[in-house]
Ligand binder design. Structure first.
Ligand SMILES: NC(=O)c1ccc[n+]([C@@H]2O[C@H](COP(=O)([O-])OP(=O)(O)OC[C@H]3O[C@@H](n4cnc5c(N)ncnc54)[C@H](O)[C@@H]3O)[C@@H](O)[C@H]2O)c1
Length: 262
């Protein structure tokens, strides 16, 4: 049997994807149902998440959930609703994040904007992962969790609320991977480069700095997400961060070399 055939076991495995209404979360959630995995699509935006489910390869496997994950009672409702809809969630993807606005620099960002960024990315990510781990541990079932972090966990973005939330999330992945490994629950990070999704307005001129010559699409992230999520493909992978950026993070103050005639 080919190693990459059947990366999931739809009879036992189920998924929950936050931020599934748009961009990278939508691409991953749609790819999961495409693999036959029953998947909860969670988002604060009812219109986009309903549309994401409707345009899925197999909408009958998708469950729509609408709520604001900055609120703890909404996270509790999501946990209960997901369990009622698909049973124990074995695969968790945390892609929800408020949009980044260039105007929110260090002297402009409001307390609410700061709070919301950390609440959705970090607080909800931690709480949902921990509470999803409990039933897996009780049932002695393996799990696989994936967090969307950022290159700006390690380099400034002029948006301190965003970079600090992603830096903390990067450490959260490593903490959870270490704690949950003994239970067969793997926790990893996916690190996108400049992806023309909804979260930020991509300047096409950026392509000049990307060795592969173009901005990314959300769909560029989905195959790697599936590979890392899959307990068959990535059984021995935890606490790792996978950069999917077309080489953007290789850029520095040196231009690529002139190669002359080859
Ligand atoms: N796009 C990029 O270039 C890029 C780069 C690095 C990291 N990331 C990360 O990848 C993830 C997805 O990014 P994207 O560009 O696809 O974003 P996006 O804005 O297209 O999608 C994010 C989704 O999260 C939802 N959301 C926002 N607040 C929420 C809340 N309170 N409760 C529930 N859902 C909420 C939004 O409605 C939206 O559908 C984010 O975590 C982002 O930080 C993106």
């Amino acid at each position: 049997m080919s190693l990459l055939n059947n990366p999931f076991d739809p009879a036992r495995e189920t998924a929950l994807v936050t931020g599934a209404g748009n961009g990278i979360g939508r691409a991953i959630a749609q790819a999961l149902v495409g693999e036959g995995v029953r998947t909860v699509f969670a988002d604060v935006n009812g219109e986009t998440v309903t549309q994401a489910v409707a345009s899925s390869p197999r909408p009958e496997l998708a469950v729509t959930w609408i709520g604001d994950l900055a609120k703890r009672d909404a996270c509790d409702a999501l946990l209960a609703d997901a369990r009622a809809a698909v049973g124990t969630v074995t695969h968790f993807v945390h892609s929800a994040s408020p949009a980044r606005r260039e105007a929110d620099h260090a002297f402009a960002v409001s307390g609410d904007t700061w709070q919301q960024m950390h609440a959705v990315n970090l607080d909800a990510g931690f709480y949902l992962a921990r509470e999803l781990a409990r039933p897996l541990i009780a049932a002695r079932e393996p799990g696989s969790f994936l967090f969307l972090t950022s290159l700006h966990a390690g380099t400034p973005r002029n948006l301190p609320h965003y970079s600090t939330a992603k830096a903390a999330m990067t450490m959260l992945v490593r903490e959870l991977a270490k704690t949950l490994g003994r239970f067969g629950i793997r926790v990893n990070a996916l690190v996108p480069g400049a992806i023309a999704a909804g979260g930020f307005v991509a300047d096409p001129a950026l392509a000049r700095h990307i060795p592969l010559g173009r901005l990314g699409h959300s769909e560029d992230l989905a195959p790697m997400a599936l590979a890392v999520l899959s307990n068959r493909v990535s059984a021995y992978v935890t606490g790792a961060a996978f950069v999917v950026d077309g080489g953007l993070s290789l850029t520095n103050w040196f231009e690529p070399p002139e190669l002359g005639d080859l």
